[in-house]
Design a protein. Structure first.
Length: 188
């Protein structure tokens, strides 16, 4: 763990991926293991706006939500090393990707469509899926987003296993990244 924290320096570990990939739940556990603070960008956006994400989408629209998301993530990245869970669309912004590349290390929690669909059906707070064909929308978003998520520094497969298994796999990938080759060796 010390080698990972030393390798990060002032950078954050930034979890990216689709809604339902487990960024928040895995991120909280990862932060505990690494003894780093945890931040959830969606929670911080809600605090800053004084309303829920579905309310922001309904009253202000997706464009204004994305503008606020960029500002909040920039602020969080400037706060120093932490584990940061981002919303599913955050990494689609070239500006946000650049900030993450400069101030963080991106970890894509990659999940199969069927796993994501099972998970997102459990919650009704997904504005992008509020339509007659949520599964089709999810598959379209996967097609659009996965090539961009693939630009991440590391990729870890999120699947139906205990969250601690995924956390251990992230720690292993980070350890290899910051391992014997130096402070920022090749990714997993």
């Amino acid at each position: 763990m010390e080698r990972i924290r030393a390798g990060l320096g002032g950078r954050s570990i930034v979890l990216v991926g689709m809604m339902g990939a487990g960024k928040s739940s895995v991120g909280r556990r990862l932060a505990l293991k690494l003894r780093l603070p945890f931040a959830d960008a969606d929670t911080e956006i809600e605090k800053a706006a004084g309303m829920t994400i579905p309310e922001i989408f309904a009253s202000r629209g997706e464009t204004e939500f994305r503008d606020g998301e960029r500002r909040v993530i920039a602020r969080l990245l400037a706060e120093g090393p932490q584990v940061l869970a981002t919303g599913g669309g955050a990494y689609m912004s070239a500006e946000t990707r650049q900030r993450i590349a400069e101030q963080g290390l991106s970890v894509w929690l990659k999940a199969d469509a069927d796993v994501l669909m099972r998970r997102v059906r459990k919650r009704s707070n997904r504005p992008l899926l509020k339509n007659p064909d949520p599964e089709g929308t999810l598959r379209r978003l996967i097609d659009e987003r996965y090539p961009v998520y693939a630009l991440s520094d590391l990729t870890v497969h999120s699947r139906d296993v205990p969250h601690d298994v995924v956390v251990s796999e992230i720690i292993g990938a980070l350890d290899r990244r910051f391992g014997a080759g130096g402070s920022d060796g090749e990714g997993a």
